[in-house]
Each structure stands twice: as C-alpha cells, then as structure tokens.
Design a protein around this ligand. Structure first.
Ligand code: GLA
Length: 380
C-alpha cells in the first residue's frame, strides 16, 4: 500500500525517535440524496469514497512517566499541536482545526479509554471544506488510532459526540456513520432514527462524479445551526418530536420559513425512498431526476445552496449524458454530486471544468468516486 508506506516515511522524518507507527485510514463520503435529513432523524444515502484521511500513530514514553504528551501534525495543513495527556479531560475548544483532535481525545477519555502519550501524523486526500466530510474522516481515523472502539456504530457515535459536545457542531450522524461503516462497491441507505442500514447497489450505467466548487462561504457554520433550530421549531409547532414524523398534509399548520424548511425535510425523505426504489430496479434516469429535484428543494426551500453550486448544477445538466446533479453535504460551497453515464464522464469533466473556470476563475476538482469500505487499520 504505497500511501501507507509514504505516510510511515513522513512519520519517521517528523518523529525520528519514535517506534514504528501503526496506520489507520477512514474515507470521506459523498451523499447521493437525503440532505439535511440526518439531524431530523430521517433517511440518507451516502457512499464512502476512495479519498481517505490517513493517520499514523506510535506511543511515546513509558506509561509510568510523569509527563505524557499527545502530539499531532497535519501534513495537509503544515501545522501541529500538542496536549499534555493529563490535561485532556479538562481541555477546552480552541475554535480551530485542533478541536478535531482534542475533541476525539477528550471524548475517548470521557468514555473511560485510558489515553497514552502518542505521536500522530495525519495526511488526508479528502479536500478540506470540500463538502466530502474531511472532518468525519479525520475523527474516525484518529479515534481508531487512539484506542477507540472497533465496532463501526460505536465508533460513529463516539466521533459524532466529539463533534457535538466538544467542538459544539450540532451535526447529524451521517458522515461519521458512513466513514466508519462504508461498503466497497455500494452506497448505503441509513435510517438516522433506528440506525438500521442496508447496501444500495448503484446500476452499472451510473458514474458518481463530484465537482468541488473550491469555495466555502463563512455563513455555512452559522446557517447550519440556524437550520437545525428552524427544524426543531417547526417540529415543536407541529407537536411532534422531529420532522421525521411530519407528513406533507400536516404542513398547512406552518407558514413562512418553518413551512419551507419542513417541506424540504418531508419531501427529501420521500425522495430517498423513491431513489432507493429506482436504484433497486436499475432506473438510472429516474435516480438522476430525483437528485436534481433534491437540489431544487435545497436551493429554494432549505436555502443552503449558493451561486457557485447552482452554476455547477446547471452547467452539468446541460451536458449530454448527465442524469442528475445536486449539491452534496451541508452547502454554502463545497461540492456537487453528478450522476453521469459512464461513457460521458470524459466530456462532462472537460466541459464542466472549462465552464466553471470561465464563470468563477477557479478550477473545480472533479473526482470520479469509487464506493469504498469504511475505516480500518492498514497493515504494511
Ligand atoms: C453536514 C453534517 C451532516 C449532515 C449534512 C447535511 O455534512 O455533518 O451531519 O447534516 O451536513 O445533510
């Protein structure tokens, strides 16, 4: 495994006195449909992709030494940080990327995992801010490296708790679940209430292609929180625990923003069921249509798209052989996901890149995704 061997070389260069590290990887994800439904306990269809976060880690010092340190360095960011192990239970968020690391260590210690001093090197292929879950991939790989649970569901719950309770991000469970639980060769249907899941096999005449807009608008984080609150408020007005239990007919009791947000969530859950049925019966064109409908709902009712994502979707839909396109992930930048006829991928990539460059001056990173397995240790 060339990637892991290269990581180990970088590890030895950074931590020359360390023993040979162990290596873990956790994939990023693309969500095919079911957006902003996870924290409403609804349905999602994500797929773990062949872009991963890699973590190499080796213990330092002896367990009895007075001062043990957790040291981490990110190759992608060219920056590192360190924490005294005994201080981790009382660590506070710093409001930057180091919270992803401290949060995992803090959550592990909260759950009774005995932390030890360690040197950690992180290298990731998942683009930061690209809407493909770079944070979840880092969290899951790091939790494994620091002695977290091997069971994928427990691992997902732990890394989500770190994100919510330490970093203060009120996210759903989709990203962590699929990074821990991805299935080679297929997407998964996850019910975010029961946590029951199953494979969703994509028809052979669909390629899943992501296009990174290369923008991430600042508004995204606060808008995400606002959407979570707006959905809670809509559910409260409907007298139900979550929008998972709402039906279209109930929504006449709502108006304004509540109505729009709830309408997106209710119709998006229906789109997930339709999408999975279409996948099961090999109806690629129908899957594409549903994906595009999802984008329109996210743009108009949920209001989490942006000009760059809308442009990418519209430009994609003009290309022959594109079955559907939508933003994927939280929105306000990041990536689109395109369902493309495999024979059209070359023309699609060239056309989309050139149109987007003309529009924005930016070169989109376009990636043909392979459905990948969830997180694991890599044995060299
Ligand atoms: C982000 C969150 C997920 C999910 C998506 C939107 O990726 O981390 O939990 O809410 O946005 O579907």
């Amino acid at each position: 495994m060339a990637g892991a061997a290269a990581l180990v070389n970088k590890f030895h260069a950074r931590y020359p006195a360390s023993p040979v590290p162990r290596v873990w990887r956790a994939p990023g994800r693309v969500n095919l449909v079911g957006e902003h439904t996870d924290y409403n306990l609804g349905l999602v269809v994500p797929m773990a992709i062949d872009l991963s976060c890699w973590v190499a880690a080796a213990p330092t010092g002896s367990p009895s030494s007075e001062e043990e340190w957790l040291r981490a360095y990110s190759e992608q960011l060219g920056a590192g940080s360190q924490w005294r192990v005994e201080d981790i239970p009382n660590a506070l968020p710093a409001g930057d990327w180091t919270d992803r690391i401290a949060g995992i260590a803090w959550e592990l210690s909260r759950r009774g995992v005995q932390l030890r001093g360690a040197n950690v090197l992180i290298d990731s292929e998942v683009p930061l801010g690209g809407g493909l879950s770079s944070s979840a991939a880092l969290g899951v790989a790091l939790a494994l490296a620091l002695g977290g649970p091997r069971d994928p569901l427990e691992l997902a719950q732990l890394t989500r708790a770190a994100e919510m309770d330490f970093a203060g991000v009120p996210c759903g469970i989709m990203d962590q679940f699929v990074s821990a639980h991805g299935q080679a060769g297929s997407a998964i249907l996850l019910d975010c209430r029961s946590l029951a899941w199953r494979r969703v096999q994509l028809p052979g005449d669909i390629a899943v292609v992501t296009a990174n807009s290369m923008v991430k608008h600042q508004l995204g984080d606060s808008a995400y929180r606002t959407r979570v609150e707006e959905c809670r408020e809509a559910a409260r007005r409907l007298g139900i625990g979550s929008l998972r239990d709402a039906e279209l007919g109930d929504l006449s009791a709502l108006d304004g923003v509540s109505l729009k947000r709830a309408r997106h969530v209710v119709t998006e859950n229906t789109r997930v069921s339709r999408f999975v049925r279409a996948a099961d019966s090999g109806e690629a064109a129908e899957m594409g249509r549903i994906a595009t409908e999802s984008h329109i709902s996210l743009r108009d009712d949920y209001e989490v798209s942006c000009a760059e994502l809308d442009f990418l979707v519209e430009a994609a839909l003009r290309v022959e052989g594109v079955l559907g396109a939508r933003m994927t992930g939280g929105g306000f930048g990041g990536s689109t996901v395109n369902l493309v006829h495999p024979g059209a991928v070359g023309a699609f990539t060239a056309t989309l890149a050139s149109e987007y460059r003309k529009y924005s001056g930016l070169t989109p990173e376009i990636h043909v995704c392979l459905a990948s397995a969830g997180a694991s240790e890599i044995f060299l």
